[in-house]
Ligand binder design. Structure first.
Ligand code: DOR
Ligand code: ZN
Length: 404
């Protein structure tokens, strides 16, 4: 038995945690705080086909270091996860990689909606956590850009009681705006090309479809005040609409291009500062339900390419919780809100049964972000001084001691 003694709950109650184990260890938990382990509902661990950017051996280590024991992985792999067979094959590869890493990370997979494989959706009803719809192109070429297929996906999902997770950026508007921005070589142009209207147009359409078919809708990486207004209205209407934001949209804005250059390029893009405030307000008002890291690693060489060739996305799973704990110290968010965002709401929305996994954090620990477990080898949060770090992650009765 591993006993962590005298640890505090977020309400300040002192408690002990006993973990089934062959070893007999007593850990002094004085000054430490216990929270449910993080569920990250949005990662791209790049398997199969892009394992040079990340795989489940490195991804699992990064997750554990971030206090995370459950991830939901996205289907824009090579090949994309667009048939039931591909979904099962992907699971087998992941299980092998996790076995090699000796980390039994919990995971779920999103199934990728594709207009030529709509009949596959129902076959994945129990095997997938939900259906991912790219309403606009991002990394890879998964996209649903015609209304007929979009209606079909929402209708099938409602019938099968599957949740639809949308990357809400309007492909037609992106294409139109690409013409205006062609030849643009500053990374910051990305935020103008994929402007707020690109996102709101898609969010509006997705909410309309959720209303029409009664589909449960999960809106990924909400980044702007305007999307929040639409989601707030949908919730007031009692539609089954849920919203996620990301650490990079909470903690970065367009001023980051100066420092991070191509590393700051992400879809949806970073927004002007005022949107960050709107995101925090939306968390307080429970319009935003969850935070997903949208962990999307690319190599440094790829991210150093000029605008237009530089792929979108940045890693994030490892530092999402420390960033939130640091924001707690800055008075931006409460600890119950952190728990709600990082595990409680995901558990409710996706019907995840109680897992008995924990993260034990040292709220007082101050350290700079200095290294990463991600295979891509970089983090946009490099050298940031943060207060509040996970020190133990407990997954299926294994207690991982973490070093910052
Ligand atoms: O920036 C992004 N990167 N947005 C996405 O939607 C996909 C992701 C990736 O897979 O690289
Ligand atoms: Zn993503």
């Amino acid at each position: 038995m591993i006993r962590i003694q005298g640890v505090s709950t977020i309400q300040g109650k002192i408690t002990n945690l006993s973990i089934q184990s062959d070893e007999e260890t007593i850990i002094d938990g004085a000054g430490l705080t216990i929270m449910p382990a993080v569920i990250d509902p949005h990662v791209h661990f790049r398997t199969p086909g892009m394992e040079y950017k990340e795989d489940w051996r490195t991804g699992a280590k990064a997750a554990i270091r971030g206090g995370c024991t459950t991830v939901f992985d996205m289907p824009n792999t090579k090949p994309p996860t667009i048939t039931a067979n591909l979904l099962h094959e992907k699971k087998a590869i992941i299980d092998r990689q996790l076995n090699e890493a000796a980390i039994p990370l919990r995971y779920q997979l999103f199934f990728g909606a594709d207009k030529h494989h709509l009949a596959e959706i129902a076959k994945t009803k129990t095997a997938a956590i939900g259906i991912k719809v790219f309403m606009g192109c991002s990394t890879g070429n998964l996209v649903i850009d015609d209304d007929e297929s979009l209606h079909a996906v929402f209708s099938i999902a409602a019938k099968e009681n599957m949740i639809v997770a949308v990357h809400a950026e309007d492909e037609h508007l992106i294409r139109e705006r690409k013409a205006t921005y062609s030849g643009e070589n500053s990374y910051a142009a990305h935020s103008h090309l994929r402007n707020v209207e690109v996102a709101t147009r898609a969010v509006e359409k997705a909410i309309g479809l959720a209303r029409q078919y009664g589909t449960r809708l999960y809106i990924l990486h909400v980044s702007s005040a305007e999307e929040i207004a639409l989601i707030k209205a949908a919730k007031q209407e009692k539609l089954p609409v849920f919203a996620e934001t990301t650490p990079h949209h909470l903690f970065f804005d367009t001023s980051a291009y100066g420092r991070l250059a191509g590393k700051a390029v992400v879809n949806p893009p970073l927004r002007d500062e005022k949107h960050r405030e709107a995101l925090f307000t939306a968390i307080h008002e429970k319009v935003i339900d969850t935070i997903g890291s949208d962990h999307a690693p690319h190599t440094l060489e790829e991210k150093a390419q000029p605008y237009g060739e530089c792929p979108s996305g940045m890693p994030g799973i490892e530092f999402m919780l420390p960033l939130l704990l640091n924001a707690y110290h800055a008075g931006l968010i409460t600890l119950p809100e952190v728990v709600s965002l990082t595990s409680q709401r995901a558990r409710e929305i996706f019907a995840i049964t109680n897992e008995n996994d924990w993260v034990i954090v040292d709220l007082n620990k101050k350290a700079k972000v200095s290294s990463t477990q991600s295979k891509c080898g970089w983090t946009p949060y490099q050298d940031l001084m943060l207060q509040g770090w996970p020190v133990y992650t407990v997954l299926k009765n294994t207690c991982y001691k973490l070093f910052v």
